[in-house]
Write a protein that binds this ligand. Structure first.
Ligand SMILES: Nc1ncnc2c1ncn2[C@@H]1O[C@H](COP(=O)(O)OP(=O)(O)OP(=O)(O)O)[C@@H](O)[C@H]1O
Length: 228
């Protein structure tokens, strides 16, 4: 019986390194993700988690190695054009337009995507249905994060790049986040999360980025030392 070739990973980081301002941030990273896969990036402040996500989003290029999507290098312009349409990006900068209504803040992205009818159900799911017609400046930090998550649902692209998605969410918000991640993966979506906080993501690959600088004494260390 002929042996079947294993499928090509949907996303493959092959020995990827990344420099910023002439400094090496990421070194020889190897990751392979198939449909339904999840990767959690952890590490100290400044270890390169956001840099990693930005590189996957195509905002910066690897200084060495390659990022392959369906076996093709994402930095090739023809490929990048297709690849970027696969991405949903959630960052700490929430791009919420304060003068727009909550609904418009989601719908605007949905319309750009050529879709309609998903924004209000997405907001309702995230617990913001009653605020849909309020101006976005009324929202608390946690509600703004819920709005960002509603955008993910309304736009619904296969690869989610999430930078600290649980920051400012209450317990129920974190449960909703975990739920939508699990559902997205069931449909074959890929989720890559950079986080300091615990998010329950079943069978996720964990990549702990090493600290970039030699550790110096922190206030917490000093408090622990009786001789100081
Ligand atoms: N625009 C930039 N230009 C040059 N260096 C940068 C830039 N942005 C970040 N860096 C540097 O890259 C390193 C990694 O930063 P990054 O934001 O990826 O870390 P992080 O792991 O996401 O940190 P945090 O946990 O604080 O969010 C840091 O040392 C930072 O100073």
């Amino acid at each position: 019986m002929p042996l079947r070739k294993p499928p090509i990973p949907r996303l493959l980081l092959n020995n990827v390194s990344c420099m910023r301002n002439a400094q090496q941030i990421l070194r020889h990273v190897n990751v392979s993700l198939h449909d339904g896969g999840a990767l959690v990036l952890t590490g100290t402040n400044g270890s390169g988690k956001t840099t990693f996500l930005r590189m996957l989003a195509g905002f910066s290029r690897p200084s060495a190695g390659e990022i392959l999507w369906n076996g093709h290098d994402i930095t090739q312009s023809g490929i990048f054009h297709q690849y970027k349409l696969q991405l949903n990006w959630l960052s700490l900068k929430d791009a919420v337009k304060e003068k727009f209504t909550v609904l418009d803040n989601v719908q605007w992205f949905e319309v750009l995507e050529g879709k309609q009818g998903r924004s209000l159900p997405a907001l309702e799911f995230m617990g913001l249905g009653r605020l849909a017609n309020e101006k976005a400046r009324m929202l608390s930090m946690g509600q703004r994060k819920r709005l960002q998550l509603a955008r993910l649902l309304a736009i619904d692209r296969p690869i989610w790049l999430l930078d600290e998605p649980s920051v400012a969410l209450d317990d129920e918000g974190v449960k909703l986040l975990e739920y939508i991640i699990a559902e997205h993966r069931k449909k074959g979506g890929i989720v890559i999360v950079a986080t300091h906080l615990t998010i329950d993501i079943e069978d996720a690959m964990i990549l702990r980025l090493p600290p970039r600088f030699p550790r110096r004494m922190t206030l917490v260390d000093m408090l622990d030392r009786s001789d100081i």
